[in-house]
Structure formats: C-alpha cells, structure tokens
Design a protein around this ligand. Structure first.
Ligand SMILES: C[S@@+](CC[C@H](N)C(=O)[O-])C[C@H]1O[C@@H](n2cnc3c(N)ncnc32)[C@H](O)[C@@H]1O
Length: 499
C-alpha cells in the first residue's frame, strides 16, 4: 500500500533540503492534520494529490511556511558581530589597500532580515574606515513571507533580544506601541531576494563573488548531501581571504582544507584559504547511510580532527578557556547533587532523577543539573525527555562541548550512528581535551569493523585522557576511572594492531 505520508516527506525534502528526524516527522504530521481540517479534506491521499498537483501551488506555499523555522534576532551571537568589526572588516579593508572597491556581503537564509540589517548597522558604525568602499549587502531566503517582512523593516521586542535600548533608539523609529521601523537609509542598504539554496542556480543575481557570507542556523536542518552541496557552492563564490560564518552547531560542516578557523570569544569564523593543491573537499560526500561511518571517496569523517593535527591550537584553546572561565565562578554544588551522581553511576536512575528534579531550585547549577538529568534519562532510554533536556541545555549554552556530547549520546540511542559521530566530532572541535567523544567514536568504529579508525580514535582518546577533567570523564564514561579507561584503550589498540 502506498505510504502517502512518506510522499509528503519526500516532497518537502526535495523542496527544502531538510532532514526529517522523528521529531520533524511528527511536526509534519501535525501540520498535515491542521491543513486537512482547514481544507475539509477527508483523506490523506486526497490531500497529497492536491498538494503536489499544479493547482496546489498556494497550498505548497502555506505548507512550506509552516515547516520553515525563521527564528532570528538582531545581533544574534554577539561574538560574531564583534569579530565582524574587529577582524573581518579590517582584514577585507587591508586587502583593498586603500583603493576604492566594492565589498559584497551575503546573508543566506536571512529570515525576516535582522541579520542583514545588523550587517548594515555594523558597516555604518565603521563608516570612517570604510567610506572609500562601496558596500553591497544581499539577503536571501526561500520564504517569501519572511522576505516581505524583512523589506518592510518593522520589528517588535522579540527581534531585539540581543540589543540595548539605546541601540534601538539610534537606528529605529517607534511606529506604534512596541513596533519599531528601521531608519530608511539602513533599509535601503540591503537588497532582499528570494532564493532556494538547494536549487541548481542558487546564487543571488548579479553577484559573482562575495567577501563575506553569513549562512547561520540554516544548514543544521538540511540533509548531509545538501549541506555539502551548499557549502561547496558558497565556497566557490567566496573570495580567497573572504569569511564564512555559520551557526554554532554548524561549524563542524566546514571543510578544514579550505578554511582557517578563527575563534573569537564563543564564536568561530572561517577564512577561505588559497589552496595550492586542491584536494577533495573532505566533507564532500557524506553518505546518508547511517550504517556506515565511511565518507565516500575514501575520506573519513574522523580524519579532520585527529588530535595530533589540531586545526588551530589558539582557536580551540580559546574556546575551551571561555567555557571554563564561565563555569569556574560558581561555588560548590549542594551535596544532593553528588548523591544524584552516585545513584546515576550505580545505574540507579529513578532516585537519581528524583533528586535532580528537586535540585532545580538551586538556580546557579541548572546547567550541571540538566547535563546530569539528560544522562540519567539516556540511561533510562527515555528519549523524549532526554531530547527536551537537550533543547533546554542548548538554550543555556549552545556551544558547550558537553551539550554536543549529550546530543551524540541521544543520537546513538536512536540508532543514528552517523549523526552521533558528527556530534562527537563537534565536541572534540569545541574542546580538544574532551576524552569521552573520542572514546565513544572509537567504540562505534570498532563495532562497525572499522578498525583503523577505531585505533586512531583510541589513540586520540589516550592522548587526552589525563588532560581531561576526572569528574567529567566519570560522568560521561559510566563512572570508570582514568586508569581503567587507560587500560581499556591500550588493550583495544593492541588487539586491533594484531588483527
Ligand atoms: C533559523 S533561520 C536563520 C536566520 C538567520 N540566518 C539567523 O541565524 O538568525 C533559517 C532560515 O533559513 C531559511 N531556509 C530554510 N531552507 C532554505 C533553503 N532551502 N533556501 C533558502 N533559505 C532556506 C528559512 O526560511 C529561515 O528563514
């Protein structure tokens, strides 16, 4: 019997490039039910046939708009904006050598325009040093309705989460209570255009090359094959020395042989490098097959983060420092927290969960409690609540390596090995001394019979074992001590060597 729901999923994947996991599918299912009710359509078959027919174009628009996530606000990820002014613009200006020149900046997946206007305002604030250049800002999105709002340039407090009142007063005029219109000269600095990033001709018209591309919080929803294609296209159109900015969760998608990562505060920016010998883009061909960790064309997704070849010592160190500095100012957690940990390590999950839930009244430790709660829920195989915990953790700190680790463990529990490995790679990228992700990756590779990779991961795990924090190791490795883990890793390496 034909699976009409699967037809809708396929249709949406083709249109947007999105990857639909169980949560995504359940969202689609809710929308389908809503739409069938609105159209008084009694059968799923009838609805699908209408949706994909020539008469269904308006319905397609409505459906796509409900599925697209347009979350955005001004100055989102403040460190990117500081880096934009302190590193990116000065670097680009250096390359102009004082000559009159055009600088082109693209906000890809701009949603309702807050990102593009933040670019415009940052340029204005740098006006003195940049006045000899002609700056053009192009902003694109697949969602026509978002673009209309962007062109209109009127926002409420939801869009101003990241900024101070005086900033709003300087660049906006209050239209009516709670609604602010961006100054006209700033509005005119940005050109908005509809563009689907996954279509063949997906480049904003008239522009050949860009100095800076912002494509933040867009690719994280895509299937790996589309992530790779979009990144390749953007890379082709980015000038050498130009900059590429992605969302926190997306940094690990960037091909390391083409970009230099630079860490600024909590953010990473990527500068395109001159490549003498263009080897294959290492992330070129993620396979979709979750059963196989190998990337096509002989490239291994774990290759790029070999501990012996850190991509940039300074970048990674700084990221770790920022995270540690943030977590160090806290006083000791209450003793109940330790007893919850003890229950968890003894795999006695019910009492551990009970204690953690009571602990949430101590606000200062919410992050640690949530990590522990997520681990307990994973131990209980309670996917739904573990995923909710992960969402809550992301709200507190979306660049934390521990949060990525939780994501990896959840994905493993779901059987999505390839995505789990990607999350673990992100962990090692965010904190090069994090033992647990190497250890987990080693196990996954070994269980898949990929012994060479398993060997490399165990070696990398050994390299960081004594540099990592003991408590963190225990928490993420089921209470095993460093010496036991050392023994395990060495034994595994030896047994792989003799194969
Ligand atoms: C979460 S918003 C990100 C907005 C902004 N870049 C930021 O970081 O604040 C993601 C945007 O990507 C857009 N998008 C999703 N799929 C797209 C595609 N295939 N082509 C172009 N835009 C797409 C969505 O419509 C949405 O506006």
């Amino acid at each position: 019997m034909r699976d009409y729901f699967q037809d809708i999923i396929r249709f949406l994947e083709d249109k947007t490039g999105f990857f639909f996991d169980e949560m995504g599918k359940s969202k689609v299912s809710t929308i389908v039910k809503d739409r069938m009710r609105s159209l008084s359509q009694a059968t799923l078959q009838g609805y699908v046939e209408y949706l994909i027919s020539a008469n269904g174009l308006d319905e397609q628009k409505i459906f796509l708009q409900s599925i697209l996530i347009g979350e955005t606000f001004f100055s989102r990820n403040i460190d990117h904006w500081l880096a934009f002014k302190d590193i990116i613009l000065p670097e680009i200006l250096k390359s102009t050598q004082g000559q009159k020149q055009k600088i082109t900046i693209w906000s890809a997946g701009c949603s309702t325009g807050e990102e593009a206007y933040t670019i415009a305002i940052s340029i204005l604030e740098m006006q003195k040093s940049i006045e000899h250049c002609n700056v053009e800002i192009i902003a694109t999105d697949i969602n026509q309705r978002s673009l209309e709002k962007a062109r209109h340039g009127v926002y409420n407090k939801n869009s101003f989460r990241g900024v101070a009142d005086h900033w709003i007063q300087r660049y906006f005029i209050e239209k009516e209570k709670g609604y602010y219109s961006i100054h006209d000269p700033i509005r005119k600095m940005v050109q908005f255009e509809r563009l689907n990033l996954i279509s063949a001709d997906s480049f904003p018209g008239g522009y050949e090359y860009f100095d800076v591309v912002f494509c933040r919080n867009v690719l994280m929803y895509f299937k790996p094959i589309f992530i790779e294609k979009v990144i390749e296209k953007i890379t082709d159109r980015l000038k050498v020395g130009g900059f590429f900015l992605l969302g926190h969760a997306e940094s690990s998608f960037v091909p390391r042989n083409q970009y230099k990562p630079i860490c600024y505060g909590k953010a990473f920016i990527f500068q395109k490098q001159e490549i003498e010998e263009v080897t294959q883009v290492s992330r070129e061909s993620y396979t979709n097959d979750t059963d196989d960790l190998i990337v096509k064309k002989g490239t291994d997704i774990t290759d790029e983060l070999d501990y012996k070849k850190p991509i940039s010592q300074i970048s990674v160190d700084q990221a770790v420092e920022t995270h540690r500095a943030k977590t160090q100012n806290l006083s000791a957690p209450p003793y109940e927290y330790q007893s919850a940990i003890n229950f968890y390590l003894a795999e006695d999950y019910e009492p551990a969960l009970k204690i953690i839930n009571q602990l949430f009244s101590y606000e200062a430790f919410t992050f640690d409690y949530l990590i522990l709660k997520a681990l307990v829920l994973i131990g209980m195989s309670n996917l739904t609540d573990a995923e909710q915990c992960h969402v809550d953790l992301l709200k507190l700190d979306d660049i934390s390596p521990e949060v990525q680790m939780i994501k990896g463990l959840i994905l493993e529990l779901k059987g999505d090995t390839l995505s789990a490995v990607k999350a673990y790679i992100a962990c090692t990228f965010l904190d090069k001394q994090f033992f647990a992700p190497w250890f987990r990756m080693a196990h996954l590779c070994q269980s898949k019979g990929q012994f060479e990779k398993a060997y490399r991961c165990f070696t990398n795990a050994l390299n960081v074992l004594f540099a990592d924090n003991k408590e963190r190791i225990k928490l993420f490795c089921g209470g095993l001590s460093q010496s036991v883990l050392e023994d395990i890793c060495k034994r595994r390496c030896n047994s792989i060597k003799t194969k």
